[in-house]
Design a protein around this ligand. Sequence first.
Ligand code: SAM
Length: 574
Amino acid sequence: MHKRTNVRTNGCTDAQMREQIRKRTKTRMNKNTGLHPVLGYFAPSGLGGATHLIKKYSCMRGYPCQGGVYDYGLWAGLQPLAADFLPLYFEANPPMKHPQEPLDESRQGEALLLNSEQGAGKKLYLESYGCQMNFSDSEIVASLLAENGFSTTRNLYESDVILLNTCAIRENAEQRVRTRLRELQHLKKGKPSLVVGVLGCMAERLKDKFLEEEKLVDLVAGPDAYRALPSLIAEVESGQKAVNVLLSLEETYADVSPVRLTGNGISAFISIMRGCDNMCSFCVVPFTRGRERSRDPHSILQEARDLFDAGYREVTLLGQNVDSYLFYGGGPKKEFKALSPEEQSNAVNFAKLLRMVAEINPQLRVRFTTSNPGDMTDAVLESMAAYSNICKYIHLPVQSGSTSVLDRMNRGYNREQYMDRIAAIRRILPDCAISTDIIAGFCGETEEEHQDTVSLMNEVGYDYAYMFEYSERPKTLAARKFKDDVPAESKNRRLKEIIALQTEWSKRRNEEELGKEVEVLVEGLSKKSDQDVFGRTSQYKVVVFPKKHYKAGDYVRVKIHSCTSATLLGNSIE
Ligand code: SAM
């Protein structure tokens, strides 16, 4: 652990400060805020928000988190204090059993911890950013390194290797990782043997910058290079910098069985494909993750069965475009058409894969993301209708309601075709919830085109939406072809408008649930009170209700009595 020798902020000696910490950390965290009263003590003048520090750490250690945006600058300022304070804090406050929402903002930067034997091997600290796919990849990385004698830790100060699994989808995701790497430089100064590396989507783009120019890292590995990590780490240990950002046409990590013990033990992600062949003009994914490849369905089924046997009750099948899943023994998709009719009929597409996973056990809920409006067939919707355990929830990113913007985005569908898919969902799955992604202020977006998005939102009435300001990404078609010419204020105002509209729709959709009986899969204790549990409906709606004897993994029928735009409240029906 990093040791300090003097105190900078409050004039106490180390011994006095430790004594104060010991005394104060006897008090438990405030149940409502998730924060510890001792924090005020550590806030140097002018840095009144020391709570950020503890929220960040709380999150990494599996404590409940409030809010979502952590001030890394502040954290850097407080880091020397944290080295002394946090071990004592965590000793005095063992983690509470609050599961974290999948991929809410608070999971960004979460450190992964496997429940494997904490042996004498090297310690890996692995932090993840970005989408589910990245979090799922981190589990693959940890499993591959576990086979090579590494155990995971959530304590930065005891780690031998620190890896950040990064996201490049928007510019702010990149900035966040850069800031984090700068903070880690402090640690490296005190422990020169420490290996710091960057994985994932930023790897390819920033390999020269991070490694050579800014000298922020020792190692860079792209999404298809994780099997090489043990040798890359060995290279760094022998005094060299190590890089592998080669993208593959075959790698699916099908044989790697990820160990997942950081989540709630109830829901898990299964990667069914990698890469993306859609060249949406705004999107960096094809450049960072390579060409689309589908994973062998047998390995997917085995992973889902293993999860069910281990007590999991929900799996989410992951891919950039799950509707495009197609496995016929491997090889590029374009060769499929050249196969004989018999070979083609043996292939597994997404509609078929869904049914195969659903048949594992009716008690295993099946979800998937992300669907693509251009590829989502009625056959997929019919598979969903045929199995009650395939959840009635579809995330169908529209990006814009304007046909001309969709055309510039190279999305491969227009507004009418998108609305045709919405109509198919409503026809085949009348009780299905629908969510979307929307980008505000894409290149050349006029006020009228923005209004098209507003009118489409009103036409669909989404249950939820993830909304972003357009951020230009290097190498993409849009960066090469169009000007990022919508003024920042207009982007921001348009984003605010659609967020406000979506909040209204989310509330309205939740109000439609009032008085209904729904089936909830319990995920854990509610964040606000340990007298309540929370879980989700098939439609992915969060429901909070009195705990009684219920525990994570139970299916409970709940009658809804009230709601907000984000949560349904109810009582269980015995
Ligand atoms: N594969 C999915 C699709 O194509 O719909 C999702 C890909 S991406 C990981 C998730 C979302 O990030 C996208 O749907 C889009 O709304 C948003 N996004 C991607 N690139 C962006 C950019 N350059 N600026 C702003 N938002 C972006």
